[in-house]
Design a protein around this ligand. Structure first.
Ligand SMILES: Cc1cc2nc3c(=O)[nH]c(=O)nc-3n(C[C@H](O)[C@H](O)[C@H](O)COP(=O)(O)O)c2cc1C
Length: 174
């Protein structure tokens, strides 16, 4: 696989791990740098009502220090997920803190429902555009999450859609 563009960053939040599987697959195929958005407090697995409520209310959670300036990057691959039909509190805070001015943003989302999460795509897009960034494209993957097991999606299940998306978008050759 030949990398066609430089200065691209993959940045993502993942609680259960599925968005991380997608992020790491993008990283594996492109070699781009990767950063994880981490909450300061330890969100215990299984505490779903609190998580859903925070997302539903549009709250922002405290996140650990990271690169919010994004100065050296042209493309930002942003990974998020659907919580209660909305974005997670960690993503809400990241969208507030990060500097998207002049950035090309590529969204990758995971969700439990089959349907495309258009509301979430639109709401993230709005926040990025407000800060002078452009969302070029988005993709979403259904993860069939079972709260009793809390297992992330298998890499093999995301390989093809991720590959096709990157290829279509001009990030891969061959
Ligand atoms: C608190 C919570 C709320 C969720 N709400 C929705 C929802 O409204 N719609 C949906 O399609 N999936 C929903 N899901 C499923 C997640 O979007 C899906 O499992 C996603 O892959 C999780 O990403 P992660 O594994 O990176 O944490 C929810 C999951 C959690 C934990």
């Amino acid at each position: 696989m030949i990398q066609m563009k430089n200065s691209s960053l993959i940045v993502y939040y993942s609680w259960i791990g599925s968005t991380e599987v997608v992020a790491k697959e993008i990283q594996r195929l492109t070699g781009f740098e990767i950063q994880r958005i981490e909450e300061k407090k330890n969100r215990k697995l299984g505490k779903i009502p609190g998580a859903a409520m925070g997302a539903f209310l549009g709250l922002k959670s405290r996140i650990k220090p990271m690169d919010f300036a994004l100065e050296e990057y042209e493309n930002i691959f942003l990974g998020a997920q659907v919580w209660a039909g909305k974005t997670s509190p960690a993503i809400n805070n990241y969208l507030k803190k990060a500097s998207f001015k002049g950035k090309k943003v590529w969204l990758f989302l995971t969700k439990g429902d089959e349907k495309i999460p258009q509301q979430v795509i639109d709401s993230i897009t709005k926040r990025i555009e407000k800060k002078g960034g452009t969302v070029i494209d988005s993709m979403s993957i259904t993860t069939k999450w079972d709260p009793k097991v809390n297992l992330p999606i298998a890499r093999e299940e995301v390989e093809e859609p991720v590959y096709e998306w990157l290829k279509k978008s001009g990030f891969l050759e061959g």
